[in-house]
Design a protein around this ligand. Structure first.
Ligand SMILES: Cc1ncc(COP(=O)(O)O)c(C=O)c1O
Length: 388
């Protein structure tokens, strides 16, 4: 929580504008995070994962700082291009793309694409013909599976293929006349294990070797995202991740370290944002003394806190009564949907004096909040965002 955010929220309350939940994001924190990434991984290009927070102010700042961008859709590419950044700074990192979207991306000037199977490479080839783009100008990298162990938000088996298959996918792309450019992986989001990149880099180096034997020279490893932000638990600093990644690169690639890129999302913007929300109701389910209280906020899973699903992400919730005695509570959102409960399996300690109308601050909410709240489920408006 920065002084700038605190001052902004105070002024908003004084003006009586604090009607609904709001996420306030401080661009100074994003600037600071960008330079920490640049220092921790000095020879690595940063492709900010736009999905984490596509606010135009965030994209403009990162474009000015020299960042590149990992995009999941044509709409995200257009947001990046609107900042004035050129298409060479964009990667189409989604492994699941419609052919017509690949055509659009090519027409916008994007030349860097993720794949995880041969048919996706076929789609790209067909799209180059339709867009009138030289096949050899298009670079593809193949994503490999990662188990996401150690991550609070693992990305499962949905993306990537086994390393042995990646060799065939890259060879296939090469035979189609595309540039087989490299390998990517994602070690799982909010990855607490700084060594998590080691295993994936071992696989990547094997793929480089096998491709070389087949006459294909790969040159790039995309190290993905996964760099954590601070929620309730302490996390290692990005420099620790940088050291560990550099060690793993040297271990597996020796003195032939490839070109590298990272795609931080959460680690770039997570700690820049704070949500201010309000207590709508505090109640119990019976009159028994030891019954836990239910604290209902005016924000829940459908209002931006989707990552509380399975209680995966445990946010720091601050109140003006944090000096008082704490007792475990079930924390829930305001909608008439019973899955809209944030913390129940592991009840959340909140002050016993917390009452209806009190404000709460939910820290570390700059990433994966506003975009999850893009529809007005139950008539509650999407989460408002103010960038300062
Ligand atoms: C391809 C890709 N890159 C990067 C990211 C960002 O990951 P993180 O927020 O953990 O840094 C994601 C997240 O889903 C992703 O899918």
């Amino acid at each position: 929580m920065t002084d700038r955010i605190r001052d902004y929220l105070r002024a908003r309350r004084d003006l009586g504008l604090d009607e609904g939940p709001v996420m306030v994001l401080d661009l100074d924190v994003v600037r600071d995070n960008f330079s920490k990434f640049a220092r921790a991984l000095p020879d690595t290009r940063v492709f900010y994962a736009v999905k984490a927070n596509p606010a135009p102010e965030v994209l403009r700042l990162l474009a000015e700082l020299g960042s590149c961008f990992d995009t999941a859709s044509v709409a995200e590419m257009e947001m990046v291009l609107a900042t004035g950044a050129t298409a060479e700074r964009i990667s189409y990192g989604n492994t699941i793309k419609k052919r017509r979207d690949i055509v659009r991306a090519l027409r916008l000037g994007v030349r860097l694409f993720a794949v995880d199977c041969e048919v996706e490479a076929d789609k790209i080839l067909a799209a180059t013909a339709e867009a009138g783009v030289e096949t050899a100008d298009v670079q593809v990298f193949c994503r490999i599976l990662c188990d996401g162990a150690g991550a609070d938000w693992p990305l499962s088996r949905k993306f990537g293929c086994e390393p042995e298959m990646a060799v065939n996918v890259l060879e296939h792309a090469h035979r189609l006349g595309l540039q087989a450019y490299g390998v990517s992986f994602h070690v799982g989001s909010q990855q607490a294990n700084t060594e998590a990149w080691d295993g994936a880099l071992a696989s990547a180096s094997e793929i480089f070797r096998e491709c070389a034997l087949r006459g294909i020279g790969l040159s790039m490893v995309n190290l993905g995202g996964g760099f954590p932000t601070k929620y309730l638990k302490q996390v290692p600093g990005v420099e620790t991740y940088g050291d560990s990644i550099f060690r793993a690169l040297t271990k597996h690639f020796g003195n032939r370290i490839p070109e590298t890129i990272i795609e931080p999302g959460r680690g770039m913007v997570g700690n820049a944002g704070v949500i201010e929300a309000e207590v709508v109701l505090v109640s119990k389910k019976s009159e028994a003394e030891d019954e836990v209280r239910w604290v209902y906020l005016d924000i829940g899973k459908f209002g931006g806190l989707a990552e509380t699903m399975d209680e995966s992400i445990r946010y720091a919730i601050r109140t003006d009564h944090d000096e008082d005695r704490m007792a475990p509570c079930v924390v829930a959102g305001p909608t008439c949907d019973s899955v809209d409960v944030l913390y129940e399996k592991n009840p959340y300690p909140l002050p016993v004096s917390l009452s209806i109308g009190d404000k709460v601050l939910i820290e570390g909410t700059g990433a994966y909040t506003t975009t999850y709240s893009a529809v007005a489920f139950n008539g509650f408006p999407p989460l408002e965002q103010i960038v300062i």
